[in-house]
Design a binder for this molecule. Structure first.
Ligand SMILES: CCCCCCCCCCCC(=O)SCCNC(=O)CCNC(=O)[C@H](O)C(C)(C)COP(=O)(O)OP(=O)(O)OC[C@H]1O[C@@H](n2cnc3c(N)ncnc32)[C@H](O)[C@@H]1OP(=O)(O)O
Length: 341
């Protein structure tokens, strides 16, 4: 250093240290809080594009429901969680990363309408930051999220939960292959097979591989638990904030429905929606590499409760989560959930 001269900025100075940063690395100082700044691009994976938000004002972002995003007749709950977490993350110092979130689904969202995310900067501490986000459509708060962020910090480390022994994802069928097999499986009722074949199939942005070979249908009872691998289709940008948003998005895809498994019967029509959702992120991970998702729920009083854990392929516990949802027999004729906006 003493013999060569390089342009540099003094970025920190104390009685004992003077930290110099070469000019070509000054981008490291920019507080770009979340992936890809404010642009979206065809080359990004669908999951990343679904979570893209446009900045509108300080602390205000806008998200939309892309035409090729999963909808389920309303704004998908996971889309609210993922987009709201993205909005919160964009207002937090990039060295702080989400470690927990708690969300409530207040009203059915309208997927034909943009969603405004208003972020409230509840607190910025030295190690932690807290954000509250309201998702607004037509003047109504339809969803609300509280999230806490923490600067990386060393500490005690242990893990009691063990990853169960399951087949590798490469040995398992994709949802597309499973669907094809179900349509021609003679062990399944013809009415069910016809229904699967005629139902419009919209590919998800997330690849799912179920660990157990399951011959049950939505008309037959099965245990209230499920294990599957998931990963985002395509490569995600290298930002831990994005990978956590994608896991949050995915966590609501197949969760509450597992509560219905022991109650399934011929002709059952159910009315179920997520009510609340909590997640704790324990360790860093990539959501475009395989993650094992296991859950084991209960049901009582028209509410289903589900809890889950996510593991990396190496058996590291990365996320713990819970959700409560409304779980009713649908009144006849089934009224499709409509936005009340
Ligand atoms: C393997 C591949 C898997 C593939 C499976 C993949 C599935 C993905 C699952 C995605 C899960 C989600 O995204 S769920 C989406 C996220 N969650 C949400 O959007 C929930 C938003 N929150 C809400 O809508 C609200 O807070 C409620 C409904 C939960 C509570 O509101 P409330 O006003 O107190 O509720 P309540 O009076 O009980 O009822 C509300 C309305 O429902 C009607 N209602 C009441 N009971 C019933 C009933 N049994 N059957 C029909 N309709 C009913 C009422 O008449 C009323 O309509 P009316 O008289 O008012 O007209």
């Amino acid at each position: 250093m003493a013999s060569s001269t390089q342009p540099a900025d003094v970025i920190a100075l104390s009685k004992l240290t003077c930290l110099l940063l070469p000019k070509e690395h000054t981008n490291l100082l920019e507080s770009k809080s979340i992936w890809s700044a404010d642009e979206t691009h065809e080359k990004f994976s669908l999951a990343e594009r679904i979570l893209h938000l446009d900045p509108v004002e300080v602390n205000i972002f806008q998200g939309i429901t892309l035409p090729d995003a999963p909808k389920f007749g309303k704004v998908f709950g996971g889309q609210f969680i993922g987009q709201a977490l993205a909005a919160a993350s964009k207002t937090v110092d990039c060295l702080k990363i989400v470690h927990s979130l708690h969300a409530y689904f207040l009203l059915i969202g309208d997927f034909n309408m943009p969603i405004t995310y208003q972020v409230h900067r509840v607190r910025d501490g030295k190690s932690f930051a807290t954000r509250r986000v309201e998702a607004i459509q037509n003047g109504n708060v339809v969803f609300t999220l509280l999230a806490s962020f923490q600067k990386e910090e060393g500490g005690f480390n242990h893990q009691v939960a063990e990853m169960p022994s399951v087949p590798n994802p490469e040995e398992l069928l994709s949802m597309e292959e499973l669907r094809e097999r179900r349509i021609i499986d003679p062990r399944l009722p013809r009415t069910y097979r016809n229904k699967v074949a005629s139902r419009e199939y919209v590919p998800w942005p997330i690849e799912i591989r179920f660990c157990e070979h399951n011959t049950s249908t939505n008309q037959t009872k099965s245990p209230p638990s499920l294990r599957y691998w998931f990963r985002a289709k395509g490569k995600l940008s290298d930002d831990q904030a994005l990978h956590r948003c994608v896991a949050a998005y995915t966590s609501d895809l197949i969760f509450l429905q597992v509560s219905l498994n022991p109650h399934r019967e011929k002709g059952l029509k159910s009315a179920s929606v997520s009510l609340d959702h909590s997640m704790w992120f324990h360790r860093p991970f990539r959501a475009d590499d395989w993650v094992l998702y296991i859950n084991s729920p209960s049901a009582h009083g028209a509410r289903g409760f589900v809890s889950g854990q996510m593991f990396t392929r190496n058996g590291e516990l990365i996320v713990s989560l819970t959700q409560e949802g409304l779980l009713r027999r649908a009144r006849s004729p089934v009224s499709a959930a409509k936005p009340k906006l």
